[in-house]
Design a protein around this ligand. Structure first.
Ligand code: A2P
Length: 318
């Protein structure tokens, strides 16, 4: 299995990526910077950030330190993603939002810029939970035009989306001049996204997997994945950890995997998966696991908002 794959934009994405979402956002800037710098030392080259996470600044500082220390020779050895928050999901706000993101990162381009959710907010708050009264209809056509402009200006090398269902991707593909290169979604052995992955493969859209470990210990996750008996047994038989089995499973599906840890041991553990291989039998067992979406994003659902039910937000994929 290659360590990186080609996107429809012609750019290459490393399959193992390092996530930076830690809640409460912005509370651990120093730890975050140190962790990211350590991640670069360990060999991680793909970093996932977002305007919402308040991780852009520490990520930018870590990149600058890494360059100064010679851990990487040039900026283009790194793959840096950030995301447009819902309050900026309006035609004329996309470009200024990306410029702000680049300023936070002290970079002159991103590798990948994503629409964080198919949601728009009439507010200027980068915060969770969002105020339901601020939810307004999301106009994918006009927001995507903003994304295309960012790409044309060279401020990002690829553009994509996050948390889009097959149906929402269809709508986007019907109007997009430049197709999304990536859809970043929740994916782990308990939420395998088979249908979405098949659809995206057909359309040439690369999948990035967030919460590959089920986001244990976070506001939006649970321990269900890491406590799964079947996964534990597979791991034990191989002398590996359950986390390594989860990451390998996703990686073997050809998706990029975004894993977050601020713990040095676990960061190393998560990067040591390239010698692990799952057997047909392991895959079969994983395929049979009961499916359950971990993160329904209920805060975007409101009786008098654009999405009244989780089905409307995620379409049939819930
Ligand atoms: P920590 O930062 O203390 O390591 P996900 O990648 O699915 O979002 O999960 C992230 C969560 O899983 C974080 O809370 C992280 O905590 C924890 N985590 C990361 N790597 C491992 C691992 N190898 N084993 C157990 N927990 C892990």
């Amino acid at each position: 299995i290659p360590r990186s794959v080609l996107l429809s934009s012609g750019k290459t994405i490393p399959l193992l990526g390092y996530g930076t979402a830690e809640y409460p956002f912005g509370a651990s800037s120093e730890t975050m910077k140190d962790s990211i710098l350590h991640a670069i030392k360990l060999g991680y080259r793909h970093f996932d950030s977002a305007a919402l996470y308040q991780s852009e600044q520490p990520l930018g500082e870590a990149i600058s330190d890494a360059l100064q220390l010679g851990l990487v020779k040039s900026r283009d050895e790194l793959f840096i993603t950030s995301k447009l928050w819902c309050c900026d999901s309006h035609h004329d706000s996309v470009l200024p939002a990306l410029r702000k993101t680049l300023k936070n990162l002290s970079l002159d381009y991103l590798d990948l810029y994503l629409i964080h959710f198919p949601v728009s907010l009439k507010s200027d708050e980068y915060e969770l939970p969002v105020k339901k009264k601020d939810l307004v209809p999301f106009d994918v056509k006009s927001v995507w035009e903003g994304m295309e402009e960012c790409l044309k200006l060279g401020l990002t090398k690829s553009i994509g989306v996050s948390n889009f269902s097959c149906k929402k991707l269809e709508t986007l593909l019907a109007t997009a001049k430049i197709p999304p290169a990536v859809n970043q979604v929740e994916m782990n052995p308990l939420w395998q996204q088979k249908k979405l992955r098949d659809f995206c493969e057909q359309k040439g859209i690369h999948i990035s997997a967030y919460s590959p470990l089920g986001a244990t210990g976070t506001l939006w996750g649970t321990n269900l994945v890491l406590d799964c008996k079947v996964l534990k047994e597979i791991a034990e038989a191989k002398g590996k950890t359950t986390a390594q089995v989860c990451l390998t499973w996703a990686y073997e599906q050809g998706v990029s995997v975004l894993v977050k840890s601020f713990n040095k041991e676990r960061m190393k553990e998560n990067f040591s998966i390239f010698d692990l291989e799952l057997s047909e039998d392991d895959l079969q067992k994983i395929n049979e696991l009961p499916q359950r979406k971990g993160f329904p994003a209920l805060e975007f659902i409101s009786d008098d908002g654009p999405y009244k039910t989780t089905e409307e937000l995620w379409d049939e994929e819930i």
